[in-house]
Design a protein around this ligand. Sequence first.
Ligand SMILES: Nc1ncnc2c1ncn2[C@@H]1O[C@H](COP(=O)(O)OP(=O)(O)O)[C@@H](O)[C@H]1O
Ligand SMILES: [Mg+2]
Length: 354
Amino acid sequence: MTTDQQTLAVIFGGPTVEHTISIRSARAVIAAADPQRWRVLPIAVTRDAGWLAPAESAELLARIDAGADEEVVSPQPLSALEAASALADCAAAFPLVHGTWGEDGVLQGFLETVGIPYVGPGVAASALAMNKAASKPIFQAAGIPVAPSLAVPLIAWRQDPIAAQRDAAQLGYPLFVKPSNGGSSIGATRVESREDLADAFRAAYECDHTALVERAMLDAREIECAILGNAQPRASALGEIRTARSFYDYIAKYEDPNTELIVPADLDPEIAERIRSYSLAAFEAVGAHGMARADFLLAPDGELWLGELNTIPGFTSASMYPRLWEACGLSFRGLVTRLVELALERARCAENLR
Ligand SMILES: Nc1ncnc2c1ncn2[C@@H]1O[C@H](COP(=O)(O)OP(=O)(O)O)[C@@H](O)[C@H]1O
Ligand SMILES: [Mg+2]
């Protein structure tokens, strides 16, 4: 280890539907991390939230590099206490577990208790951003346009599913029904008519206790903006996602080779500026730090809705977040260094407040 090198834990896998994607993100971040600056300590998490020791995690990544399955399994995972002690000597951690448990404040809270600085937003901002029903009124209060919507808790659905469907239909078809806490479009359905509404609610409740119903934006373009920074965050160039499918569903995200990521997006400069300014406003509204990716829907008439703020965006080399910064002249390697520096800076500020 050179004198300037600091240990950076990269945490990946996890009990989430985005487990495999997380492993891909971690491999890309580890490959990009500047070896002069960071000694990477990989820490894998199994699908049932068991932690793997760094040596075992490194072996796993080597096996995956050699072509093995992208799956973390361990006969003898560490306890959370043992994982905490493996993390204790690290200068910082880079949580790369997407979705619930990793992106919703749970893992961030664990890192807070261990006392280790970490990349990305803190507990409350992560939890809020992950919860679409909770973040929507916060975005609205900040003057950011969002889809007309209705949140239906499972308890209300169980009490009166007919009333829930009647209220949802008031938004007008087509509708989207999705889990409030979810990701990768899992449990999200585009509903064209009344016959499919109940099944769409049931699919959402497979993933979360609250279903969010939104009016669909027709012929929407999907535009994404990356945000980076702490007290003075910056908004990146914009990217567009194009899919031939009826919406940007799981297959379009991870399996369909025809899905296109276009960077930079071809946009009217005034609309692009609005998107960047809404992205920064959304980041501030939930109290985020470090990084996030804001996803928008843009209608042919220029109407704009913020769909969601992702606090641990995809990090493979083909992913939108690093590509947007590359378009702004910041390399993947430079981005990883900047994110860890921001994590360290934020921890120092928190320390000064005590
Ligand atoms: N109100 C809406 N109008 C049009 N398309 C939508 C709407 N809500 C969701 N979608 C489509 O579904 C995708 C996934 O929805 P999103 O809310 O981003 O959930 P996730 O967190 O699973 O990505 C979006 O990228 C978009 O293609
Ligand atoms: Mg999305």
